[in-house]
Design a protein around this ligand. Structure first.
Ligand SMILES: Nc1ncnc2c1ncn2[C@@H]1O[C@H](COP(=O)(O)OP(=O)(O)OP(=O)(O)O)[C@@H](O)[C@H]1O
Ligand SMILES: [Mg+2]
Length: 373
């Protein structure tokens, strides 16, 4: 029998939705998941799975009708379509709310927002034409990154342009108004980091320990922490101010670059995040429970580490073979149970906790080789 009389609707059926639904179950909550395929990771673990499209107003309405509160696992569901779909159901809450989603899913608005609130981020320019590209290339001294305004993830939609040949081929493929970009300087950072916040409907807010994340081909490979930084206190205070000002509800991830002595925000994701998976084993409470507690207005406990150090390694597809376990890792493995293996596809992750980051990382990278992907 559910202990909470609340029902959560999750838009999307990937691994983030799966881990939200699993945690919801452990908390005694009821979940409805809307996704396309019966073998989606979240479909089999939800209390009820509803087949449908996140682009269909009817399907969204059918989901909303069943639940107390809606949430999503990806910031790329079109906010305007959701707004229209939910117009007749005004009393239904969706968290984070749709005005916030609309701003954050567009990299241009997101950047403008960060600037408005005095949060440090890289300078950017809007790219609408081939001329804009030329100007940006000059302004950034021939070292730039173009990012699609909508829909980029795992480096899809991100183009590094560091010489004339890159620029010429990018210009050739550029279709103007059809694909809109922002451009920023290509920076050589010391490290990439991330920090995750959780804020509930009561206005309580906590954050997880800052972590270092390592990307290969623009995709997260592993995370380790805690990784404290001399500038983090100041940044945390500013992010607190920002989240209070916009009345944010839910978990939110800030991806950071460490550039010289500074910490600057690369991008923001208004949802649970790959760089927060360590929390499942490393903390007294994980990001999935925090997100659910936030949207339901439940109190947030202080966050504490179970061990001094942690490492999370992603299990990324490398082929289309059936994955297999050659040697069982000693870390805690989380398998997403996807129907197919594919190169670069996120298939699972493994969490390690212990005394020493370096030793954990060595063990984690070695043991990962025992999972054949
Ligand atoms: N301005 C930059 N200078 C140097 N490297 C960059 C820059 N912007 C992005 N990158 C690299 O590309 C990666 C992906 O970029 P970004 O996070 O903006 O896009 P994304 O596709 O949303 O990624 P993800 O979904 O994995 O977070 C970053 O983690 C970083 O390694
Ligand atoms: Mg990113």
């Amino acid at each position: 029998m559910p202990i909470h009389s609340k029902t959560i609707g999750i838009l999307g059926g990937g691994q983030l939705a799966q881990m939200l639904a699993l945690k919801a179950k452990q908390m005694g909550l009821t979940t409805f998941v809307l996704s396309e395929n019966a073998h989606d990771p979240a479909a089999t673990v939800a209390t009820t799975w509803m087949q449908g499209s996140l682009k269909s107003p009817e399907n969204i309405q059918a989901l909303a009708a069943q639940v107390d509160c809606l949430t999503f696992e990806s910031e790329f569901i079109p906010a305007q379509l959701l707004k229209k779909s939910l117009q007749k159901l005004r009393t239904k809450r969706i968290e984070p709310n749709l005005n916030i989603l609309a701003k954050m899913q567009d990299r241009l608005f997101q950047k403008e927002w960060l600037y408005d609130y005095g949060l440090p981020t890289l300078d950017y320019v809007k790219i609408n034409s081939k001329d804009d590209l030329e100007l940006a290339f000059k302004a950034f001294d021939g070292q730039m990154v173009c990012k699609e305004r909508f829909g980029g993830y795992d480096g899809y939609g991100t183009y590094v342009i560091t010489n004339k040949i890159d620029l010429i081929s990018f210009k050739k493929a550029f279709k103007g108004e059809e694909n809109q970009f922002i451009a920023e300087r290509f920076v050589s950072f010391k490290s990439e980091r991330s920090i995750i916040f959780a804020r509930n409907t009561l206005g309580e807010m906590i954050h997880l320990p800052m972590v270092q994340s390592v990307q290969i081909n623009h995709q997260c490979d592993y995370v380790m922490g805690p990784s404290i930084h001399p500038k983090e206190k100041k940044l945390i205070a500013k992010i607190n101010q920002f989240l209070n000002a916009i009345n944010y509800v839910g978990v939110i991830a800030f991806e950071l670059f460490e550039i010289g002595p500074k910490l600057v925000i690369n991008e923001v994701a208004p949802r649970v995040h790959n760089t927060g998976h360590f929390s499942q084993e490393a903390l007294n409470i994980d990001q999935f429970e925090l997100h659910l507690r936030c949207i339901l207005g439940l109190k947030l406990p202080p966050v504490s580490l179970r061990q001094p150090a942690f490492v999370m390694v992603n299990l990324l597809g490398q082929s289309t073979r059936n994955p297999s376990i050659k040697t069982m890792p000693t870390g805690a493995m989380h398998w997403y149970d996807k129907d197919e293996n594919r190169p670069r596809r996120k298939m699972g992750h493994i969490n390690y906790i212990g005394k020493n980051k370096k030793a954990l990382l060595k063990k984690a990278l070695l043991e990962r080789k025992g999972i054949l992907l």
